[in-house]
Design a protein. Structure first.
Length: 316
């Protein structure tokens, strides 16, 4: 029961992290700078965790030489996934910014399981998984497409504007799917790294420190300055604006830990359930500076159908 609550909690935290980092972006005026700050804070948190747990930070050179190159890509995948999430949030809203990556995560998760990528255990595509995919697509339709159709019918005078807005959103939705695929790959890579190093904290630290180094380089090359980091302090931003890195660090760390305790399938389903619930809370109550949105019965039904699909894919 406790592990189930932990899985749901990290999913809720991931939805909250997206909202927090989106607000941070408004202050620093760059998704890359916002991601960099988040990764640096996450790395600092994981460094402290390693110190208190007496986990060595260094990795023996012979271990590095023996491991495949892709096992170090978790940080890169995380950078792309997090930065994309920051871009998506103001474009398509909290719910869709969570839903579209979930679709990508499920698609990539099935490919990884089916072909045994990243040294994962092979789990062939079954009829249960086919049912799950169908339910997932129905849920996506209910959550994304049907709500727009209903909205247009209720407000005929704005149909042209709504259509243009909807058409423009599809490129962001597809970007969200791609980000979700990379996040699934990151989970598989970090899980394997945690197994090799024998420590979920060490694996999470490697992933975050790699991502932080990449983003520091990107921001330095792109903007030739790190001055924007001071803006949230100068403008007296709320304290929680800095919590994105902590939430991200906890997510990666506990994700690696839970996979070792209850398996990938149950970890994914619990975290995704938490993520869906968290996105609903953010959207409904306008939490963490986000725009308040209306949650309809169709939204709830679509998310419920998606959850059923996830269960078929991951657990049955």
């Amino acid at each position: 029961m406790l592990l189930a609550l932990v899985g749901i909690s990290i999913g809720i935290g991931l939805a909250m992290q997206t909202a927090v980092n989106s607000q941070l972006r408004k202050f620093v005026e760059s998704p890359f700078t916002a991601s960099m700050i988040s990764f640096i804070i996450g790395t600092a948190f994981l460094t402290l965790a390693m110190v208190f747990s007496s986990t060595p930070i260094s990795i023996p050179l012979e271990t590095v030489a023996e491991l495949p190159v892709w096992i170090w890509f978790g940080g890169i995948f995380g950078v792309i996934g997090l930065t994309t999430s920051i871009l998506l949030f103001p474009k398509i809203g909290s719910i869709q910014a969570s839903v579209m990556p979930i679709l990508g995560m499920i698609m990539m998760g099935m490919l990884i399981d089916n072909f045994g990528w990243f040294s994962s255990m092979e789990q062939r595509f079954t009829s249960n998984r086919l049912i799950g995919v169908i339910l997932l697509l129905i849920g996506i339709f209910l959550t994304v497409a049907l709500t727009e159709i209903i909205s247009k019918r209720h407000n005929v005078t704005k149909q042209v504007i709504a259509k243009e807005r909807s058409d423009g959103q599809w490129k962001w939705r597809m970007l969200g799917v791609g980000a979700g695929m990379l996040m699934a790959a990151q989970a598989a890579v970090n899980g394997q790294l945690g197994s090799v190093l024998g420590s979920p904290i060490h694996a999470a630290f490697v992933s975050f420190s790699t991502g932080a180094a990449i983003l520091i380089l990107i921001v330095g090359v792109r903007y030739r300055s790190y001055a924007n980091i001071k803006i949230p302090v100068e403008q007296k931003a709320p304290w929680w604006i800095w919590s994105g890195g902590l939430l991200g660090g906890l997510y990666v760390l506990l994700n690696v830990y839970l996979v070792g305790q209850i398996g990938t399938g149950q970890t994914v389903i619990l975290a995704l359930f938490g993520q869906l619930s968290g996105s609903l809370l953010v959207e409904r109550f306008g939490l963490l500076g986000s725009n308040r949105g209306q949650i309809t019965t169709v939204h709830i039904l679509g998310l419920a159908v998606m959850l059923a699909g996830i269960i078929f894919i991951q657990l049955l």
